[in-house]
Design a protein around this ligand. Structure first.
Ligand SMILES: Nc1ncnc2c1ncn2[C@@H]1O[C@H](COP(=O)(O)OP(=O)(O)O)[C@@H](O)[C@H]1O
Ligand SMILES: [Mg+2]
Length: 268
């Protein structure tokens, strides 16, 4: 009997037993697993227009682990990330984020999990232009009800990690692309969020700046977060512990860092 079936037949953790705001949880598999996708499929549309974007994805990301995803345009990379972040519910399969089984959690609990555990980094940075770097980073915490002063302290700590403390009061327009992306990384990890999902975060950067951003991302991962990095650049993928190759919504190949490093060593 598979691990999943065994768990499914086990006792369920009822939401009524959880304190308000605390997602119902049980162990995903074992310690250190931050994200688990189990037989995840995703169909968009219906009938003739139906597209199968993901066709049975099994994937685990642990603390301290960065998984790179490569694949041609349309292979399902972004769909996988949005499902992994709890933004989209898959057609079938299980998603477990930080011990919370999304299929069993309330919409409110999933929303709280997205705010507190998951941080997204996008190709085009997605910073709010009218807010300074520190305001951009503290925004998610303030939206989550943190006191302003506490949120700003946490934001400053996060900016320090990406070596942008001295740019805290700059607006995005006055930052370089690399600095904007490092600000976005700070926003993704602020307040102890631990699952970083980055969708082509280096796509808009020159390769040297891209490597700097990845070094920052890698440092956060080594510090106990976990993450997925979607990238087209094999040199950037080499910053990951594993590289997964997607084609037509399926994992068609996987390379571990040890195997990949000889071919794809970061050129620093
Ligand atoms: N919101 C959507 N509605 C319909 N089809 C979509 C939607 N998002 C993605 N798709 C389709 O799903 C497939 C995978 O897309 P996507 O996950 O964006 O791939 P990638 O990020 O690898 O380019 C593609 O065929 C795409 O056209
Ligand atoms: Mg994409």
């Amino acid at each position: 009997m598979s691990e999943r079936r065994r768990r499914r037949s086990g006792p369920r953790n009822t939401r009524s037993g959880s304190p308000a705001g605390v997602p119902a949880s049980r162990p995903a598999t074992d310690d250190g697993v931050l994200l688990r996708l189990d037989g995840v499929t995703m169909h968009y549309g219906t009938g003739h227009n139906s597209v199968m974007a993901l066709a049975g994805i099994d994937l685990t990301v642990r603390r301290g682990e960065l998984v790179a995803i490569m694949g041609t345009s349309g292979s399902g990379k972004s769909t996988l990330l949005t499902i992994a972040g709890g933004l989209v519910t898959p057609t079938s399969g299980e998603v477990v984020i930080a011990d919370t089984w999304l299929s069993e959690a309330s919409a409110r609990d999933v929303a709280a999990l997205r705010r507190r555990v998951v941080g997204f980094v996008f190709q085009d940075f997605n910073l709010v232009p009218a807010l300074t770097a520190i305001e951009n980073v503290s925004l998610p915490l303030e939206l989550d009800g943190w006191k302003r002063s506490k949120a700003r302290r946490a934001a400053l700590d996060a900016l320090r990690v990406v070596e942008l403390e001295d740019r805290a009061d700059y607006f995005p327009d006055d930052l370089s692309g690399g600095q904007q992306q490092r600000t976005a990384i700070a926003r993704a990890v602020v307040g102890g969020r631990s699952l970083i999902l980055a969708d082509e975060p280096t796509g808009a950067l020159d390769s040297q700046t891209g490597e700097m951003v990845l070094r920052m991302l890698r440092a956060r991962i080594d510090d106990g977060a976990g993450g997925i990095l979607v990238t087209h650049d094999p040199r950037h993928a080499a910053w990951a512990d594993r590289i997964i190759f997607l084609r037509d919504g399926r994992i068609v190949d996987e390379t571990r860092r040890d195997d990949a490093s000889a071919l794809l060593a970061p050129q620093t």
